[in-house]
Design a protein around this ligand. Structure first.
Ligand code: NAP
Length: 280
């Protein structure tokens, strides 16, 4: 029987610890620090994610501030809003909900976020520091994956990890984190040749493709650890998990695996940023 890497239970347990820490911070500061979330446009999935993040803040006692902007907002206007939050002492973390409407330079906006408030780990400088093994915040989904693997004592040293997907928020940072944890890492993408053959050599597979059940269980070798970061219509991930129990040694379910750990990482890093306010 494969081990189920249960992100939901771990996230709940961590939230209990964070509640205590937030209470301590509030007493010292005299106010509840806030996570500020910027939502540009009215994409329904983004609205749902932003509301879920605000609820998670409330559960641990953090304040949250949602800045809603029209889809016609320009890059310059958005950067102006980010700068306001960079200079607001009641805000300890800033999250710009991805994706922003076409026409906005998302990278320029991510890079405008103060690195000390980049609790979603999207700034290029944050990525650079993480890649060099320096202290930094981390991209939320990959950090959630790494914490989940650590919690279940999954052995990473010397293992061949294959990451399918190379996005800036998921594929690239998880590849760097696995490399930092002494895996041998292969990154695959839409132009990769012989994906199936590469996957057959993987000890650890990370699905970060954005295509429902794209990675087939028969492409995987017995004993593989499967991390399914995908979340697609119909509540299914990027890996076909139907027979996974008989092949993998451990896997993340969808839902209940990587998803809860993503929001949990964001909240954890926001609390860490708030803790730094009382040290100033
Ligand atoms: P993305 O930006 O669309 O990137 C998808 C990646 O998959 C790209 O690098 C693309 O390659 C690669 N790809 C597409 N077709 C492929 C193919 N046939 N073979 C191999 N690689 C292929 O997506 P994302 O933002 O990283 O998200 C990926 C998945 O994770 C989605 O299902 C998303 O919903 C999910 N996600 C979940 C969470 C969570 O909290 N659970 C958070 C973030 C994302 P190219 O670069 O060559 O185009």
């Amino acid at each position: 029987m494969a081990i189920i890497l249960d992100g939901k239970s771990l996230a709940l347990a961590v939230e209990e610890e964070l509640k205590v820490e937030v209470e301590r911070i509030k007493v010292k500061l005299g106010f509840a620090p806030a996570l500020a979330t910027i939502l540009v446009g009215d994409d329904m999935a983004s609205v749902t994610y932003v509301n879920m993040k605000a609820k998670a803040c409330a559960r641990v006692g953090l304040d949250s501030k949602i800045v809603k902007l029209l889809s016609t907002t320009t890059t310059e206007e958005l950067i102006k809003e980010i700068n306001k939050l960079n200079n607001d002492n009641s805000v300890c973390g800033i999250l710009l909900q991805h994706p922003v409407p076409r026409g906005i330079d998302e990278r320029a906006c991510f890079d405008a976020i103060d690195v000390d408030k980049d609790v979603d780990g999207v700034n290029s400088q944050t990525f650079g520091k993480m890649s060099m093994g320096e202290e930094s915040y981390y991209s939320a989904t990959p950090y959630g994956i790494m914490r989940l693997l650590k919690h279940y004592n999954i052995d990473l040293v010397g293992k061949h990890a294959v990451v399918v997907g190379r996005s800036a928020i998921l594929g690239k940072p998880i590849a760097m984190m696995l490399l930092g944890a002494d895996c041998t890492v292969t990154i695959c993408h839409s132009k990769t040749n012989n994906l199936e053959a590469i996957l057959r050599t993987a000890d650890i597979v990370v699905g970060a493709v954005g295509r429902a059940k794209f990675i087939k269980s028969e492409w995987l070798k017995p004993g593989v650890v499967v991390v399914d970061a995908g979340y697609n219509e119909g509540n299914v991930g990027d890996v076909d998990l139907d027979n996974i129990d008989s092949i993998a040694s451990a896997y993340t379910p969808v839902p209940g695996g990587v998803g809860p750990m993503t929001i949990n990482s964001l909240i954890l890093q926001t609390v860490n940023a708030a803790s730094k306010l009382i040290q100033k």
